[in-house]
Design a protein around this ligand. Structure first.
Ligand code: AMP
Ligand code: MG
Length: 510
């Protein structure tokens, strides 16, 4: 099929997909027409399936069979439409690196529709790399293999680390050339998530109505808020729809989820890289994986995005940027409130929720049940030691699980310098800890991963995949889908990067 042929419904595909439990329920289409443009995918040439996530298949009740793989290859390359799907591109805007961009939207992804599984859960199916849309601006609507693999691995890794995230069903690649710095293969990722609504959706309807004079100019904003609450926040608010209390319940929960999410990123050592408001999920998922990075050596100021010249999205800035982004959302929601002071008060909960969640997560990492008054400072002290000695963040905490064995003590001193005073304090705290050492060690190993998606590991899998060998993705998935477990034969995936792997640069180009 040529690149410009539009996809068609396909009989044999219908027969195959008839065995999939579930159905489409495309509620986004019920919104007013200024929310989206209906748009089909533009097919890719000679598609191949690169990888599929069995765990995500289960989520939407797809059997992981050869027939499923055949059908997904056709669907994800845009050759055929998933029966029942009514694809569309959503409009949104957002603050990019601090500056407002009044019109973004799905420039290279389509919401295929909302799949309702046998448990009546709603999952958006979203095809990234599906071709141009009215929101593509200067882009080609495509995605390349390396960026699809990076999102696939990261979203599944984050999920299995217990961090809220969009999920990935599969990646396909093709013979359609896509121009980036070099020619690359047009590829797609099928993303699965409970919502694709971003902070930027609210900003779009706020700012685009702001200069209008009409009395009901914020109707679309209200429609979006009501829809979002109806779809994803129903059990949160018993307040009368349309009241301040109704919207406040929603906003308070968004603040809670966002602050908690970012605390989880900080505790695991994850840097998102492009925390623009259009990349912030309203339901608090980690969203839109681009030049993200899991930290190897601990560095407060780690900048994973090579295009981020001023470090706006450096690791240490993330909690503050999360707050800033919530402030932009608060501003966009103000027309929904008769008394806007309540929204400011709700926003002010963010720092406390963040700080308390982060402290609890860090105490869990070091195995302490009780919290003492100066614990925040004491943990900062430890992180400063790790920073000063360029210590591997993940390995350090995994080794600490075995403290106070002789081998763990020796390894800790080797990994980080000047630890003696801190460890003496730790020893003292452990004496007061209300659980015994074996219980503490076991609990610590459930929160300190042995395996994370190190940049160089992703790069190795990508390099091989670009040569047609997809095995390394599967190898990585073995450890990333059970990151707290020992994997005999796979221990090398826990190692620090080799020197070439420490210097990799990842930019926004994808
Ligand atoms: P991102 O940097 O992926 O968060 O994307 C920011 C905006 O640029 C969104 O509106 C995307 O849809 C759009 N975009 C990114 N890459 C492309 C592309 N290759 N073609 C068209 N639009 C794109
Ligand atoms: Mg984005």
């Amino acid at each position: 099929m040529s690149e410009n042929t539009h996809p068609r419904d396909c009989k044999h595909l219908s027969m195959m997909t008839n065995t999939w439990a579930g159905h489409f329920n495309n509620t986004y289409l019920q919104l007013s027409q200024n929310f989206y443009t209906r748009q089909g995918p533009v097919p890719l040439k000679n598609p191949r399936l690169v990888t599929i996530s069995p765990a995500t298949c289960t989520l939407i009740d797809l059997p992981n069979t050869p027939a499923t793989k055949t059908a997904l290859t056709e669907i994800c390359s845009g050759q055929t439409l998933w029966p029942g799907s009514q694809p569309l591109a959503m409009v949104y805007s957002g603050h990019q690196f601090g500056n407002y961009n009044p019109r973004l939207g799905d420039g290279r992804g389509l919401l295929l529709g909302e799949w309702v599984n046998a448990r009546q859960e709603k999952w958006d199916l979203y095809l990234k790399g599906a071709g141009p849309t009215p929101y593509s601006r200067f882009g080609d609507g495509r995605a390349v293999l390396r960026s699809c693999i990076r999102e696939f691995l990261a979203s599944e890794a984050m999920h299995h680390l217990g961090i809220p995230t969009t999920r990935a069903l599969c990646v396909t690649t093709s013979d359609t050339p896509v121009q980036r710095e070099t020619l690359e293969a047009g590829s797609t990722l099928l993303r699965v998530a409970q919502s694709h609504i971003r902070f930027g959706h609210f900003e779009y309807f706020y700012f685009s109505a702001h200069n209008e004079k009409a009395k009901n100019r914020f109707n679309s904003l209200r429609e979006l808020a009501d829809y979002t609450i109806w779809q994803n926040f129903t059990d949160l608010t018993s307040a009368e729809p349309g009241t301040d209390a109704f919207y406040l319940g929603f906003f308070t929960e968004v603040i809670r989820r966002t602050a908690t999410l970012i605390a989880r990123w900080q505790a695991v050592g994850f840097a998102h890289g492009v925390m623009n408001t259009d990349n912030m999920s309203i339901i608090g998922d980690t969203f839109d994986y681009g030049p993200y990075g899991f930290m190897d050596n601990f560095d407060w100021h780690h900048i994973c995005n090579h295009s981020d010249n001023y470090g706006r999205y450096a690791f240490s800035q993330q909690p503050e940027i999360g707050y800033w982004n919530c402030g932009k959302l608060a501003q966009a929601l103000t027309p929904l409130f008769s008394d806007t002071r309540v929204i400011q008060q709700a926003l002010e909960n963010y720092p406390t929720i963040y700080t308390q969640t982060y402290l609890r997560l860090m105490l869990d990492k070091i195995g302490l049940i009780e919290q003492h008054p100066n614990d925040s400072e004491w943990i900062q002290e430890l992180l400063q030691l790790l920073h000063d000695s360029h210590c591997d963040y993940t390995l350090f905490f995994r080794t600490l699980c075995d403290y106070p064995s002789d081998s763990a003590c020796a390894a800790l001193h080797q990994q980080a310098g000047n630890l003696t005073a801190w460890l003496n304090n730790y020893q003292e705290r452990l004496r007061q800890n209300p659980i015994d050492d074996p219980t503490r060690q076991q609990r610590m190993k459930q929160v300190n991963p042995k395996f994370i998606l190190r940049n160089y590991l992703a790069q190795q899998a990508i390099t091989q995949a670009e040569q047609g060998n997809f095995q390394e993705i599967d190898n990585l998935m073995t450890v990333l889908t059970a990151p707290f477990t020992e994997h005999p034969g796979f221990e090398h995936y826990a190692n620090e990067p080799p020197s070439w792997g420490k210097k990799l640069e990842v930019s926004c180009s994808s």
